[in-house]
Design a protein around this ligand. Structure first.
Ligand SMILES: Nc1ncnc2c1ncn2[C@@H]1O[C@H](COP(=O)(O)OP(=O)(O)OP(=O)(O)O)[C@@H](O)[C@H]1O
Ligand SMILES: [Mg+2]
Length: 308
């Protein structure tokens, strides 16, 4: 449904988006996972027609974005990272205003506004100005504005940033409902867990490039049949690197003073590795072993941890 073909955008010397290609099927929730500055917002802005690509093609269904932008915009809902609505107007006034702007007829619009206010638990607060809303309440309104005209394609730019877990779950539920009704969703986030839980497929993005893409299971194969071992203790970066590098079955994923994360072939016994630390008189404070997940894939691909 969404076809992105060799898309690039450079700002001065920064390659914000560097030759990315991907496709999202109808009704699919496609996660765009990357740290700050990875190029998520730049990509969304280009698909939304707000920023012109340097090169590459964007197609939505059979329509070319270069073509009838006005027609395409009607098919699209955009939930921007920076919230966009009128703070002085009430929630309901905002929803009616944005819905009308998208061409939703009055009766249908009123029904949908009512439906989503109820669904987000905001019914009863709809006549308050948005400036009086909490951050989580504003996020919900921001989401409804993107959905009010039943778009075919919904672009979500970190829609759960800075909100509590209950509000997050509410937002996930609404996104899943839209997807199950056939809305195609591009979901950007730097939260690994929500990418794992919510997205059918995920692209891992860093420094403008897609490093890997697939279902969670496919991505985890990148790390393979391995254990992820996290060792903390009193060691320097060089000490830990030297020890782990001496084991062929181990690969360093990330390293900092006092903490190393590495993958180890599942058959290999961790105690032989730890013995090397002890032999050098290094104190170990903690050892934990995890199964590969999106976090370890991310570490392997980028060499860095993805923190909120
Ligand atoms: N208008 C602009 N002018 C100059 N540089 C820009 C502009 N917009 C983005 N950039 C740069 O492009 C790169 C990608 O930025 P982008 O906002 O797309 O990242 P992001 O993945 O959305 O990050 P975040 O998680 O912080 O929102 C960054 O290095 C950023 O500084
Ligand atoms: Mg962004």
């Amino acid at each position: 449904m969404l076809h992105i073909d060799h898309l690039s955008k450079t700002f001065d010397t920064i390659k914000a988006v560097d030759d990315i290609s991907f496709e999202v099927a109808e009704g699919e929730i496609f996660g765009f996972l990357g740290p700050n500055g990875a190029g998520k917002t730049t990509t969304i802005s280009m698909i939304a027609g707000l920023l012109k690509p340097d090169s590459g093609k964007i197609r939505i269904g059979s329509l070319d974005l270069d073509g009838d932008l006005k027609k395409i915009k009607r098919l699209m809902g955009v939930v921007p990272q920076e919230m966009a609505f009128y703070e002085e107007l009430t929630a309901k006034e905002n929803l009616l205003f944005w819905g009308k702007l998208q061409g939703v007829r009055k009766k249908k619009l009123e029904e949908r506004v009512q439906y989503y206010l109820e669904k987000t638990g905001l019914l009863g607060r709809e006549n308050e100005a948005l400036k009086k809303y909490s951050g989580g309440m504003k996020r919900r309104i921001n989401l409804i504005i993107g959905l009010i005209h039943e778009p075919k394609l919904l672009l979500l730019d970190e829609p759960t940033a800075g909100i509590d877990i209950q509000t997050k779950l509410n937002i996930y539920e609404i996104i899943k409902e839209a997807s199950s009704k056939g809305t195609t969703i591009l979901y950007t986030t730097h939260n690994l867990q929500e990418a794992e839980e919510l997205c059918h497929r995920i692209a891992i993005l860093d420094l403008g490039k897609i490093l890997a893409m697939g279902t969670l299971n496919e991505l985890v194969q990148i790390v393979g049949e391995k254990d992820i071992v996290i060792v903390s203790g009193k060691f320097s970066i060089d000490q830990a690197r030297t020890i782990i590098s001496s084991f062929q079955q181990a690969t360093v994923l990330s390293i900092e003073e006092g903490k190393i994360v590495f993958s180890l072939e599942a058959s290999k016994n961790i105690s032989t590795v730890l013995e090397e630390f002890f032999k050098k008189g290094i104190t170990i404070d903690d050892v934990s072993i995890k199964q590969p997940n999106l976090e370890s894939v991310f570490l392997k691909l980028t060499g860095k941890e993805l923190r909120e």
